[in-house]
Write a protein that binds this ligand. Structure first.
Ligand code: DGL
Length: 252
């Protein structure tokens, strides 16, 4: 069983990629829900909540953990790898590299939470690619809340998306990196504001390929006879767990 963790519903964008790419693997998803959003919380809090989540997933017998949250990865993954040296972890980072290597305009936009944009992973990517391309950053203010309340397609959300995305496009960005796992649920709105000719980059498929490669490396793949199970845990209530399950199987 593979454990997949996020502050809430966002990591289900990664869960969906895993579900498609690895049809024999059982997936145990934990969406905190009680303390979401993480993006504006202190590093200490995010690190503590992430560790609690990992403990819970490991107690259920997960063989590998995907931290399907850019914010939790930025803050906690180094600590987790040190604390659980025998557990393979896969984290999420804004896909600056593919955007920087393929931009034609020389300008890329990165949408993420405040905490992710302040983290070391992003800073390192910025240092590495920032000399050759202009990297613009924007916090998706209100994006996580919109996804958590299933309000992806309201006029209010469209306005939040316009506010964050339009300045990036106006400044010439031809690639927009979705650096938060909640944001793929707003992809349609983001693409509408970005317009034709701007590529939206989501890391979920790349993460699923990384998980597949690690399963092979550790010789951990479920056999083709196995019947996968999909369970959903939360630190919130039963209603939230049901919401997780519904969103996981909802087509986007
Ligand atoms: N989905 C998360 C991320 O990728 C966290 C968003 C939040 O809780 O603020 O960063």
């Amino acid at each position: 069983m593979i454990g997949v963790f996020d502050s809430g519903l966002g990591g289900l964008s990664v869960w969906q990629a895993l579900y498609r790419a690895l049809p024999f693997e059982s997936l145990l998803y934990l969406g905190d829900g009680a303390r979401c959003p993480y993006g504006s919380r202190s590093s200490e809090e995010v690190c503590q909540f992430t560790e609690e989540a990992v403990e819970r997933l490991l107690s259920k017998g997960c063989k590998m953990i995907v931290i399907a949250c850019n914010t939790a990865t930025a803050v906690a993954i180094a600590h987790l790898r040190e604390k659980y040296p025998n557990v393979p972890f896969v984290g999420l980072e804004p896909a600056v590299k593919p955007a920087a290597l393929t931009t034609k305009s020389g300008v890329i936009g990165v949408l993420a939470t405040k905490r992710s944009l302040e983290g070391d992973h992003f800073r390192r990517a910025e240092e590495k690619y920032g000399a050759e391309v202009t990297i613009l950053k924007a916090v998706g203010e209100g994006f996580v809340e919109a996804v958590e309340s299933n309000e992806e397609h309201t006029a209010q959300t469209a306005e939040l998306v316009r506010k964050a995305v339009k300045p990036l496009v106006d400044a010439g960005a031809d690639k927009i990196v979705l650096g938060c796992t909640h944001y793929p649920f707003l992809r349609e709105e983001i693409a509408r504001v970005a317009g034709e000719g701007v590529e939206i980059i989501d890391s979920s498929e790349a993460v699923a390929r990384r998980v597949a490669a690690l399963l092979d490396e550790y010789d951990m793949r479920a056999s083709e006879e196995s019947k996968p199970e999909y369970d959903f845990l939360t630190f919130a209530d039963d209603e939230y767990a049901e919401k997780l399950r519904n969103k996981a199987f909802q087509t986007r």
